[in-house]
Design a protein around this ligand. Structure first.
Ligand code: FAD
Length: 503
């Protein structure tokens, strides 16, 4: 890949066959059909195998690749996801649970009423401002409804998915094969880098040299090319995100097929619960500074009711932070090789997609030269930081006092200027949506998301300080609108059954 190159790189080598590697291979093969794309992965190393929740962005990926839900969802034991339920993050009465919904178009009519109500309560008026009342997807979650409406429903409904990471990788690998991607199974033992800093080829255990014009590092936390061979700097987020481990174990899902993820706070972190059609995925994300792996596993098992279950748990270490530059020379780092923000909002695959699509756009805009590399790298870095700030806010504003972990989290001092500005706006009665737009951070998390988090924890003046006031919004008509919308939806479990039958 040089400045003289007039066309997309002809030979693209993707190192890694995890979800990130296959996503990238499909996107490159789809966007640049003249390129020869090779995926090389080591079956001995395997994939991380977690990463079971998505944002709505994944719908766009499957749509672009022409993979219908009926074709991939049953094959990946997938379910629909309308958002995330947070439980136990606040001790404030009435705020033990809140829902972070994915946005639907009807929310445009209800969101202003939510912000007005929350602002009224922040400024001392006793009006209802719990976020769950105001958004369509929160109500879909409460009823266990699938986010699929009949064609005559006039509003677009936002949703993502839950899936088995291994199986979704196989779905993408099959699509990649249809797009002409070559698949090799071998371990890369050396990365050959020329004097110009460009990667020339990868050497495998089997003695092969795999040459390429562009190398995509999707090798997971090992970051074999971007960090290990090219020495790319890793910027840790440990000063404000201190969870560094996870312990994971599946459970049977019984009859319950919630169309949402649950994130429950425990003593030194939180546990995800993700319903798949075949099982439930569970994982306790915690900080090893506050609890050791054995105690974390016991706490997870107690939480799940599996203390006597012989199913082994998997323990994982997490490297939280990002590479300084995602694109260096002729290497693009993606997925865990590029960085990782802990999985509280399930954003990792979203970043993979944004990185690959952003790279393809930047490279094409520069006439297939690295002309826009610095701008691209800054854009990706800013995305990481925008997402990180929203995650940090969950910890900094937690309303728990029962363990040292939560007390320390509430005093986190290393906050970005953007996060400080959002918090200041909230606590001084400012206009939250205006502030989020002014800071230009709505593209990472929109005002609705910030408002749900802040109001969902009950970060309002103490009840005894509130003065009676009429609600600033007509809540009866809001309820009528949203309840009327609900008449268009049906049960999640039933819809998945129909999808399976039609597959
Ligand atoms: C606890 C936890 C929970 C998560 N939850 C979510 C979530 O809910 N939602 C979400 O979007 N993301 C989540 N993630 C992130 C998600 O798991 C990853 O982003 C996703 O799986 C992609 O991983 P990957 O492909 O980058 O790496 P991996 O799956 O680790 O794949 C790495 C690949 O590189 C290959 N490889 C490595 N070294 C070599 C070598 N020398 N030679 C040949 N091949 C090699 C391996 O064989 C493998 O194929 C979570 C992560 C963790 C740790």
């Amino acid at each position: 890949m040089t400045d003289r190159s007039p066309s997309p790189p002809i030979r693209i080598v993707v190192l890694g066959g995890g979800t990130a590697g296959w996503m990238a291979a499909c996107l490159f093969a789809h966007e640049w059909p003249q390129a020869r794309v090779t995926v090389i992965e080591s079956p001995d190393i395997g994939i991380i195998g977690v990463g079971e929740g998505s944002t709505p962005q994944l719908r766009a990926l499957f749509a672009k690749l022409g993979i219908a839900e009926a074709d991939w969802m049953p094959a990946a034991n997938a379910t629909y996801k309308v958002g995330i339920a947070f439980t136990g993050w606040s001790e404030r009465p009435g705020y033990g649970r809140y829902f972070h919904p994915f946005a639907s178009a009807v929310d445009l009519h209800t969101e202003p009423q939510f912000h007005a109500s929350a602002r009224a309560r922040r400024t001392g008026r006793d009006v209802p401002a719990h976020p769950d009342r105001f958004f369509l997807n929160s109500r879909l979650a409460e009823r266990g409804f699938v986010p699929l409406a009949p064609d005559n429903f006039p509003f677009e409904v936002g949703y993502g998915y839950h899936f088995d990471a291994h199986l979704v990788g196989q779905v993408l690998a099959r699509r990649a094969a249809e797009l002409g991607v070559e698949h090799r199974q071998d371990r890369v033992v050396e990365v050959a880098v020329g004097e110009d800093g460009q990667v020339s080829h990868l050497l495998t255990d089997g003695g092969e040299a795999i040459a390429g014009d562009l190398f995509v590092d999707a090798s997971g936390f090992r970051s074999v090319i971007a960090q290990a061979a090219l020495g790319g700097k890793f910027l840790p987020f440990a000063s404000n995100l201190f969870n560094d481990r996870a312990v994971v174990m599946p459970t049977p899902n019984g009859d319950e097929l919630n169309p949402y993820t649950t994130a429950t706070a425990l003593s030194a972190g939180w546990v995800w619960h993700i319903p798949l059609t075949s099982r439930a995925g569970n994982g306790y994300v915690y900080s090893s500074r506050y609890i050791d792996p054995d105690h974390a596993e016991t706490e997870l098992r107690r939480h799940l009711g599996t203390l006597d279950d012989p199913t082994p748990a998997r323990h994982l270490e997490m490297k939280v932070g990002r590479v300084e530059r995602s694109w260096t020379g002729n290497c693009l780092a993606i997925g865990l090789a590029q960085g990782f923000i802990e999985p509280l909002e399930a954003t990792a695959l979203h970043i993979v997609q944004a990185t690959v699509e952003g790279f393809i756009q930047a490279y094409a805009d520069g006439g297939f030269t690295p002309q826009h590399r610095d701008v691209f790298n800054r854009t990706i870095a800013r995305r990481y930081e925008g997402i990180r700030d929203y995650i940090v806010c969950h910890y900094r504003l937690n309303r728990r006092t029962d363990t040292q972990y939560w007390r320390d989290a509430a005093t986190l001092a290393d906050l970005s200027d953007d996060l400080k500005a959002v918090m200041t706006c909230w606590f001084t009665g400012g206009d939250l949506p205006a502030e989020v737009h002014r800071l230009d951070i709505a593209r990472y998390y929109a005002p609705m998301s910030w408002g749900c988090l802040l109001a969902g924890y009950g970060t309002f003046p103490a009840d005894e300080k509130l003065r009676p006031a009429p609600p600033p919004a007509d809540l009866a008509s809001l309820d009528r609108l949203l309840d009327g919308c609900l008449l268009n939806f049906r049960s999640h479990a039933q819809a998945l059954g129909s999808l399976r039958a039609s597959a």
